[in-house]
Design a protein around this ligand. Structure first.
Ligand code: NAD
Length: 425
């Protein structure tokens, strides 16, 4: 398995090589790029948790703060057995680009704990979440670093963390804890969450898709295959189906389903909620590998990283790949898809809807004034449309891929902000 942080560095170097030509002061540009290759700071430590059987267990925890030139570090906290320091560092780097792409005033951060949360009781999960909040408390705050949910963390976990940050952290560190509600996003509505956050990532991706469909002259009725039927995959499929596109394939971890006539995501969800699996819904059963190679107009990987590889990229038939998952395409696959003329919209643009509504949540928390859902979604559409238009314009002007164009505008904005601040002692 390739080192994700090395991938993030390689991506940055590729884009920097193109951008460099337009900078007069190459020395300062190079220094900024050098700084962006590694996070500003990685905080690591051990969380000691009392388990239900009375024994104490230790879990390794990280918080990577990549860059805050544009604004406070921002990014989720992942609870997963495969978390590594390199992964957290890479994810924090991608958050810097993701926030830059949509123009929200944040830098990038990410947190992680090496744990399989499925093996924890609710009580153990709560104690682990509180311990993590206490561990990062001296380094976070509404103007410094704003965590959020990521893989295996949710609104309930954010609620525990807000509470811990507000109470125990204040006692332990004897510091003034600033606005705990505005220090975490992805919170439940009752505790300062934003309306529209649940569907934000899938809907944001749909706004990107709809905009591109016009630019690429895709017709209503264009066929779509979606891998992954969780929060992101479901909402993307839901909005695409509602708008008249034909969702012909869906899948979850246990397999998928194909129907040339089209699938109604709401009905598939009802079937799943009644105890079924996506693969046992009526239609032709397919594997996750087959889904990626279907003869469809649009392919939407919305589950895992590294699913499009050098082994299967040559068999992709879609003309548009919308990366709703983080990192679904390996660099080798990316090259193959580019050679085939397939448009690949990178994750940092396609799935930026979630962090964008997180930003709206933070704004509402700071204002203490809450917006109606219509306003949240209208503003989400505005930012996603602008980001997509910007990427498309740059792609056409410079004849690069959508990924390179997206990264070019994201990296340029961060570098220019760093240069504006001046980066010398
Ligand atoms: P989720 O846990 O709600 O859903 C994941 C889905 O993927 C489930 O349907 C699961 O069954 C399926 N899956 C798991 N293993 C699979 C496999 N081997 N093959 C096919 N499907 C498999 O997660 P989510 O929040 O929907 O996130 C999905 C992706 O989107 C992740 O890469 C995540 O990092 C990214 N993402 C999520 C958000 C967000 O706001 N939720 C924001 C940005 C990016």
């Amino acid at each position: 398995m390739s080192n994700p942080h090395q991938n993030a560095i390689t991506q940055l170097e590729t884009v920097a090589a193109v951008l460099r030509q337009s900078y007069e002061d190459k020395e300062s540009f190079d220094a900024a790029i050098d700084q962006l290759k590694t996070p500003d700071r990685v905080i690591e430590g051990k969380l000691r948790i009392r388990m239900d059987d009375g024994k104490v267990k230790t879990f390794q925890a990280y918080r990577s703060q990549h860059n805050n030139a544009v604004g406070p570090y921002k990014g989720g906290i992942r609870f997963h057995q495969n978390v590594t320091k390199e992964e957290v560092m890479a994810l924090s780097t991608w958050m810097t680009w993701k926030c830059s792409v949509t123009g929200i005033p944040y830098g990038g951060g990410k947190g992680g704990v090496i744990v399989d949360p499925k093996k924890l009781s609710q009580g153990e999960l709560q104690r682990l979440s509180r311990a993590y909040a206490l561990f990062v408390a001296p380094h976070i705050g509404p103007w410094t670093d704003i965590p959020a949910p990521d893989v295996n963390t949710d609104g309930q976990i954010m609620a525990w963390m807000v509470d811990e940050y507000e109470t125990a952290a204040k006692k332990r560190y004897k510091t003034l804890v600033e606005n705990p509600i505005a220090t975490f996003t992805g919170k439940p509505l009752l505790l300062g969450g934003s309306k529209g956050r649940t569907e934000a990532t899938g809907l944001g991706g749909f706004y990107v898709f709809e905009n591109l469909a016009k630019k690429m002259k895709l017709k209503k009725g264009a066929t779509i295959a979606v891998q992954g039927f969780g929060n992101v995959g479901y909402w993307f499929a839901y909005f695409a189906n509602k708008a008249g596109y034909k969702v012909v394939a869906l899948s979850d971890s246990r397999g998928g389903i194909y129907s040339a006539a089209g699938l109604d995501p709401e009905k598939v969800l009802a079937h799943k909620e009644a105890g079924g699996t996506v693969g046992s819904y009526k239609g032709k059963q397919i594997t996750n590998a087959e889904l990626l190679e279907l003869d469809v107009d649009v392919l939407v990987p919305a589950a895992l990283e590294n699913v499009l590889t050098k082994e299967n990229a040559g068999k992709v038939k879609a003309q548009l790949v919308l990366e709703m998952a983080n990192g679904p395409t390996t660099p080798e696959a990316d090259e193959i898809l580019a050679k085939k003329g397939i448009t690949v919209i990178p994750d940092v643009l396609a799935n930026a809807g979630g962090v964008t509504v997180s930003y709206f949540e933070w704004v509402q928390n700071l204002q203490g004034y809450y917006w109606e859902k219509e306003l949240v979604l209208e503003r989400l559409k505005g930012l996603m449309d602008e980001a997509t238009d910007r990427m498309w314009q740059l792609k056409n002007d410079t004849k690069v891929t959508s990924r390179v164009a997206t990264y070019m505008s994201a990296v340029k904005k961060v570098v220019d902000t760093m240069l504006l601040r001046g980066n010398e002692e």
